[in-house]
Design a protein around this ligand. Structure first.
Ligand code: APR
Ligand code: PHB
Length: 417
């Protein structure tokens, strides 16, 4: 075949998972090829989330792609939970020993990673078609694809499926080898990007009887806002005026806080779902990021989980490809899934606490439980700390069940006298 080439790791997809993995391997001298179905322009302008956990930001710095993030991103030490017309600050950094989140659009992070890869000369092809994975169960997998009208075969040691929820990689695993667990939510998010300075310095998560609303930001002159809407809603039914009216109603605070309006630059509706496919490996195929799990956006975990997966996978690949040590690869799925399920729970929990479930509207018990949960998180240091440590991101290496807590936290000791 005319286009037969070889690499160590064939990476399908140039989203955060594929690009961070590519960068990690490049820094360790491992050869990889990244294949992306869309154009560079499309990938660099796709509007996505933008909250980086402390560990994600630190990893980008360590990989030499954190300079612009440190210049233009915004370091946040807290978030606001708003309900009943009052805002309650959760001081993330104070509750987690000084850990922060970084507000930096995923789109910007993707641009930085693409620029770094192209500058280094490492291979990255956009607009590839008909990607198909072969020989995954043997030791010599390959990726077939078409690029600029030419058919190619890329022979690899390992394939990394980083092609998002609608990619081909997950589908290359026989259905009877994957266990899927999922949940659909009876709502969606309508998101807008507005050309107006943020109305709040920190993120505001609002629970209101008309539905959830979120105020976020993209730099000093752009606001990113979201509304809970019906999953069947057509975006055309939401005029700019209707969006602003609804945001005002839901986000109103009893004091003099005001929501600033500005031209709407982009708007779109995203469904919300939780989804996990296990295991994250099939032979020589390793799945990472949205290709294998989805979280609802409320906890801001999607991007961070994708990066966490490839951090674990990248280190395992280096050990394997340098010295033939397969232990990391064998442990990859179980290691990654521990973090995935923690994030699945956290995202589900944040979503349930803050949204209005249409089915629960006539259920006063459910409404009162939700209110009690909100009040608890905003008044108990223990409950707020749980939210905070998940939000800023749990450490890469966490305590395991066979190494139980043997130390009573300082606060509990003091309270016990
Ligand atoms: N061949 C090659 N590339 C593909 C194919 C294919 N058949 N199918 C999809 N892709 C590409 C997509 O165009 C996209 O650029 O794979 C990439 C997957 O990127 P993401 O969807 O961003 O997924 P991931 O890298 O896992 O990042 C997860 O992104 O979707 C958000 O909310 C999500 O923040 C989370 C993060
Ligand atoms: C965003 O800024 O796009 C954003 C912030 C917080 C979330 C989700 C999205 O929970």
């Amino acid at each position: 075949m005319p286009g037969t080439t070889r690499t160590q790791v064939g990476i399908v997809g140039a989203g955060p998972a594929g690009l961070v993995l590519g960068r990690l391997l490049e820094r360790e001298g491992i050869d990889a090829v990244v294949l992306e179905a869309r154009s560079r322009d499309y990938v660099e302008h796709r509007l996505r989330a933008g909250v980086l956990e402390q560990g994600t930001a630190d990893l980008l710095r360590a990989l030499g792609v954190g300079d612009r993030m440190d210049r233009e991103g915004l370091l946040h030490a807290g978030i606001e939970l708003r309900f009943d017309g009052t805002g309650h600050r959760i001081p993330l950094a104070d509750l987690t020993g000084g850990r922060h989140v970084m507000l930096y659009g995923q789109t910007e992070m993707v641009k930085d990673l693409i620029a770094a890869r192209l500058e280094s000369g490492a291979e990255l092809r956009f607009e590839v078609e008909d990607v198909a994975l072969h020989g995954l169960e043997g030791n010599a997998p390959s990726i077939g694809f078409r690029h600029e009208g030419v058919d190619h075969e890329l022979r690899c040691d390992v394939v990394a499926g980083c092609d998002g929820f609608h990619g081909v990689s997950r589908g290359a695993v026989p259905a009877d080898r994957l266990t899927v667990r999922s949940r659909e939510y009876p709502f969606a998010w309508l998101g807008i990007l507005a050309d107006v300075a943020p109305s709040s310095e920190e993120l505001v998560y609002t629970s209101h009887e008309r539905g959830f609303a979120l105020h976020s930001l993209r730099g000093p002159t752009k606001s990113r806002l979201y509304l809970q809407v019906d999953p069947g809603d057509d975006v055309e039914a939401w005029s700019d005026d209707r969006i602003w009216d609804e945001l005002h109603l839901r986000m109103a605070r009893d004091d003099d806080w005001v929501l600033h309006e500005g031209p709407v630059l982009e708007k779109g509706i995203t469904p919300m779902r939780s989804f996990v496919a296990e295991p994250m490996r099939h032979g020589r195929l390793f799945l990472a990021g949205d290709a294998v799990h989805i979280v609802p956006p409320t906890g801001a975990k999607g991007l961070n989980l994708a990066v966490a997966d490839v951090k674990v996978l990248g280190e395992a690949l280096v050990a394997f490809l340098r010295g033939g040590d397969e232990r990391g690869l064998d442990a990859y799925s179980a290691t990654a899934l521990r973090r995935v399920w923690r994030a699945e729970h956290f995202s589900w929990w944040m979503t349930s606490m803050l949204h209005q479930d249409p089915a629960a509207a006539d259920d006063p018990f459910a409404v009162a439980l939700q209110r009690a949960q909100l009040e608890y998180v905003c008044t108990s240091e223990a409950a707020a700390t749980s939210l905070a440590e998940n939000y800023v991101g749990l450490p890469w290496a966490r305590r395991t069940l066979d190494a139980p807590m043997n130390r009573v936290p300082r606060r509990m000791r003091e309270e016990r006298g």
